[in-house]
Design a protein around this ligand. Sequence first.
Ligand SMILES: O=C[C@H](O)[C@H](O)COP(=O)(O)O
Ligand SMILES: C=C(OP(=O)(O)O)C(=O)O
Ligand SMILES: [Mn+2]
Length: 446
Amino acid sequence: MSSTVPDLAALHALHPAQQPAYPDRSAVDAVVAKLRSVPPPVFAGECDDLKTKIAAVARGEAFLLQGGDCAETFEGVTADNVRNKLRVLLQMAVVLTYAASVPVVKVGRIAGQYAKPRSSDLETRDGVTLPAYRGDAVNGYDFTPESRVPDPQRLVDVYNSSAATLNLVRAFVTGGYADLRQVHTWNTDFVRESAVGQQYEVMASEIERALTFMKAIGADPDEFHRVDFHSSHEALVLEYEHAMTRIDSRTDQPYDVSGHFLWIGERTRQLDGAHVELLRHVKNPIGVKLGPSTSPDDALALAARLNPENEAGRLTFITRFGAGKIRDGLPPLIEKVTAEGVQVAWICDPMHGNTFEASSGYKTRRFDDVIEEVQGFFDVHRSLGTWPGGLHVELTGDDVTECVGGGEELTDLDLANRYESVCDPRLNRVQSLELAFLVAGMLRKA
Ligand SMILES: O=C[C@H](O)[C@H](O)COP(=O)(O)O
Ligand SMILES: C=C(OP(=O)(O)O)C(=O)O
Ligand SMILES: [Mn+2]
C-alpha cells in the first residue's frame, strides 16, 4: 500500500459527495491548519490491536459489536450520556459473550460520529426551505438560516468533544466501571423492571457464581478488571479526516488518528471517489457499508482497492440491505468474495435498510424488521458455511421512543413521547438488550 496520502486539493478534485458547502475557504484552511497540530485522540498501535482482533472476526473466532448514536451531538457530551451508552454496550457484550461463548470485540459509534450524509441537500418545513442538517460537525440542528450555514469551527468542536468523550470512555473501561464483577450493578436501575432486565439478572447471577468459582480456584480477579473498547465513526468530512491523518513514528505509515476504526458510508463508497482514495492510504482497520445496489464485482473492486495486500482485519463489509432484501442480495456477494479468497469480516447493519416514515411524520424502524434482517444474515451465512461476524447498530443507553415494537411494544403513538435523535431512530436500552439476547441465541446455533 502506498504511504503517500493525497493532499486535500487532490481529494477535492475527485468531486467528493456529501461535503459541506463552506462559504469561506480561508476559514476552512485555518481550521485544518490548527487541527493538523492537535494531539491524536487515539494511538496508531491501538488501531493495529483492533485490526488483529478484527482478523479473528474474519477467521470466525470472534464477534464484533459496533453500536452507538446515528449522530452524536455536542450537547450530548455529558458524563451520564457517555456512561449510559457504554453501559448498554457492555451489557450487550456480556450477553453475547456469556450466552454464546464467543469473544466480543467492542466498538462504539462514539467519540467522532458527528457528520451525516443526507438523502437531500435541503429540508422544507411549513413552506420554508433551508440546507439540510448534516450533523454537528457541519451545521446546527435549529431550523434557521443562520444555524444551517456550514461552519468550519465546528470541526474543532468535533475534536474537543471526541477527545473529552474518549477520555471518559478510557477512564470507565480501565478504571473499574467495566469490571466484570459490576455485571449486576450495570442493571440496577430500570431494566430490572422489564422482562429482558430479569433475564439479564438471571444471567448476571450465573456469571457472578462463575467468577466466585474462578477466584476460589486461584484465577487472578484483576483479569476481569478492564475491557478493550474502541472508537469508530463514518469518515465523511474530508477536511477533518485529512487533518487527523498523521505519520506514525513507529512504522512511518499514515493513520487516521481521529478514531480506531473508520468506515465509508453507502453514499460515498464510489470506487474512484475521494473517500476511498483517502482511506485506502491509511493503515487503520476500515469498513465499507454495502447496500442492496452493490454487485459482487463492486465488492471485489472495493476490496482490491482498499486492501490490496488482502490483510486479515483490515477490511470489514457492513451490509445494510433491509429485511426484505438480505436473503436474496447477500449470498451473491459472499459467494464471490469467498471464492476469490478475499479476507473480510462480514458485519450486519440491520438499521439503515429498514427506515420508514411513520404516519406521525417521525423516521422510525420496526424492531421486528431489525430482528428479521439479523436472522436473514445468520441464515445466509449458515447456508454458505461462512461466519456472521458481527452487528452494527444505532442505539442509545436511554429510554427513548424512536423505534417501534420490541418487548415494550412501542407504537407510532409512543414516538412523540421521547424522540431525541437528530438523525436516525435508535434502539433504546430495553430493545438493545432484547436484540443482544436474540442474537446470542442465533450465535449459539452458528
Ligand atoms: O444515518 C444515515 C443517513 O445519514 C441517514 O439515514 C440519512 O437520512 P435522510 O434520508 O433523512 O437524509
Ligand atoms: C449513514 C449511515 O449509514 P449508511 O451509509 O449505511 O446509509 C449511518 O451509519 O448512519
Ligand atoms: Mn444512521
